[in-house]
Write a protein that binds this ligand. Structure first.
Ligand code: AR6
Length: 165
């Protein structure tokens, strides 16, 4: 069951929240900054031991001071016009996040709209990829949550979900 909500992802009581990270995994702006602030400094210390992450891959850490037990850090592609493997890399972010979640017995997981902020991925195609991947994995979780940061984004997710179901 896919849930589409508008919220600050750092407030969610779920097994895992996904972070739209960068390859250093050492924090940044946007949702990454919010997660690092809310989780506290131990998150950065832990992430240092992970030694980075390639675009499209995912790593897991404890949630530290977050209500979520885990943070799954995934690095989305920077949008460079669409012919630099961006769709395949974004799809890989969702798939690898789901796989690492399953491996860690995560039952509830919340995603932000990876790559659609600072990394500039156009929202419509990014949402289509996110929903396609969520539909493929929803049966293996109790809750799959799309955590939008605006009602406009949530409306787009609802439209795309309705079209794909
Ligand atoms: N809760 C939920 N969604 C949020 C939150 C929040 N607290 N804050 C922002 N968003 P972005 P990217 C939404 O830029 O495009 C960082 O500096 C936001 O509205 O956070 O993958 C990293 O370190 C947008 O819809 O991630 C990287 O360098 C979505 O989250 C780079 O930005 C993603 O926007 C990654 O860029």
């Amino acid at each position: 069951m896919i849930e589409i909500i508008t919220a600050d992802i750092t407030t969610l009581e779920v097994d895992a929240v996904v972070n739209a990270a960068n390859r250093s995994l050492l924090g940044g702006g946007g949702v990454d900054g919010a997660i690092h602030r809310a989780a506290g400094p131990l998150l950065k210390d832990y992430c240092r031991t992970l030694k980075g992450c390639r675009t499209g891959e995912a790593r897991i850490s404890p949630g530290f001071e977050l209500p979520a037990r885990y943070v799954i850090h995934s690095v989305g592609p920077v949008w460079k016009g669409g012919d630099h493997y961006e769709p395949a890399l974004l799809k890989a972010c969702y798939q690898n996040s789901f796989e690492i979640a399953l491996y860690n017995d995560v039952r509830s997981i919340a995603f932000p709209a990876i790559s659609t902020g600072v990394y500039g991925y156009p929202k419509q195609p990014a949402t289509e990829i996110a929903i396609t991947c969520m539909l493929a994995y929803e049966d293996r979780f109790d809750r799959v949550i799309t955590c939008c940061f605006s009602e406009t984004d949530a409306g787009l997710y609802r439209e795309v979900l309705a079209a794909q179901r």
